[in-house]
Design a protein around this ligand. Structure first.
Ligand code: DGY
Length: 332
């Protein structure tokens, strides 16, 4: 009798023409709805599968894998994997993969667009115009902050941060960055960026863009104390994860003129957005769309499929997924 095929759970309906490649190797358990799963639902889905392909909305940790004795691989369709409890999955011998590189340029484009919209008050002025409030042209209406000639601070200088730095060169910005460690001189040169300490970054930046991974160490790294070190004229842009910023402290700084404006694509409790942020005129709010172009979202799904196929020992790269996160750290 033929060996049963491995079973995989596809947590969302994602580009059918790409995910059908999973059917060549696996019995695929699909869902047709964009569900919001409770931990117990995820646990139930993971109980009888060898692998899963999930998005950043699906949280997978010790509770969800407690009964998942067969589970060997989780492929995340995102570069960030803070939705996955890496220590718990690693301890259980589950290989985790993500989707780096394919979304770098699209996300950097968006980070820059959000920066421009925030600094130059584009969505705020559009809202104002649509409200029918424009009765005459006025010399000092909607004055915003220049990008050209200003200092851009980048917190987290990985691939996306470097992409934003390269774009800043076209706007004649001075680029400072802070990272766990300085980049090699050659990479710094290519990005025309200079490493500084965290406090100096906060103090010098006219615009600060957050592009760092969300970990227990970076939780609320931009808190009230950090915000107090920034210029009151500065803008803050977050395209990383909401939990990096203490949102009530940010809302307070924005409401009381201690920070000029913020552009947020990510939120600590997303999809919920704090009412105090929604109430502010000087915040641009977008629904976690930095990587959302058709080509990039397709490339992310394709990479996640390649990862899952290889992680479960199938296909040409059997055993060698292109983007492993915890390979070699397995305790089982
Ligand atoms: C990621 O990949 O981590 C983005 O936030 C989602 O596209």
């Amino acid at each position: 009798m033929a060996e049963p095929r491995p079973r995989v759970w596809l947590a969302r309906p994602l580009f059918e023409d790409i995910t059908m490649r999973l059917d060549e190797h696996f019995e695929v358990v699909r869902t047709s709805v964009e569900d919001r799963y409770r931990p117990a639902d995820i646990a139930a889905h993971l109980r009888d599968v060898d692998g899963a392909l999930v998005t950043l909305s699906e949280k997978v940790g010790a509770e969800e894998i407690a009964g998942a004795a067969r589970l060997r691989a989780v492929a995340n369709v995102a570069v960030g994997y803070d939705n996955l409890d890496l220590p718990a999955l690693t301890a259980a011998g589950v290989l985790v993969t993500n989707t780096p590189d394919v979304l770098t340029e699209t996300t950097a484009d968006f980070g820059f667009a959000l920066l421009m919209s925030t600094a130059r008050r584009i969505t705020e002025s559009e809202r104002w115009l649509r409200e029918g409030r424009w009765d005459r042209w006025s010399f000092d209406r909607m004055l915003g902050a220049d990008l050209h000639g200003s200092t851009l601070g980048i917190l987290g200088m990985g691939r996306i941060g470097q992409g934003i730095a390269r774009r800043a060169a076209g706007f004649d910005m001075r680029v400072l960055y802070h990272n766990r460690r300085p980049l090699p001189a050659e990479t710094e040169g290519a990005c025309r960026a200079r490493y500084v300490g965290f406090d100096e970054l906060l103090a010098q930046a006219d615009h600060l863009v957050l592009v760092l991974p969300y970990t227990p160490q970076t939780h609320h790294v931009v808190d009230a104390a950090a915000l107090a070190k920034m210029k009151p004229t500065a803008t803050l842009v977050n395209v990383a994860r909401g939990g990096i910023v203490d949102e009530p402290a940010l809302a307070d700084a924005l409401a009381h003129g201690r920070l000029a404006a913020a552009g947020l694509d990510v939120y600590e409790g997303e999809p919920a957005v704090r009412p105090e942020l929604l109430a502010l005129r000087n915040v641009v709010l977008t629904p976690h769309i930095a990587s959302a172009s058709p080509a990039t979202r397709r490339a992310m799904v394709a990479l996640a499929v390649d990862n899952l196929v290889a992680a479960l020992g199938c296909g040409p790269d059997a055993g060698r997924p292109p983007a492993p996160v915890n390979a070699g750290k397995m305790k089982r």
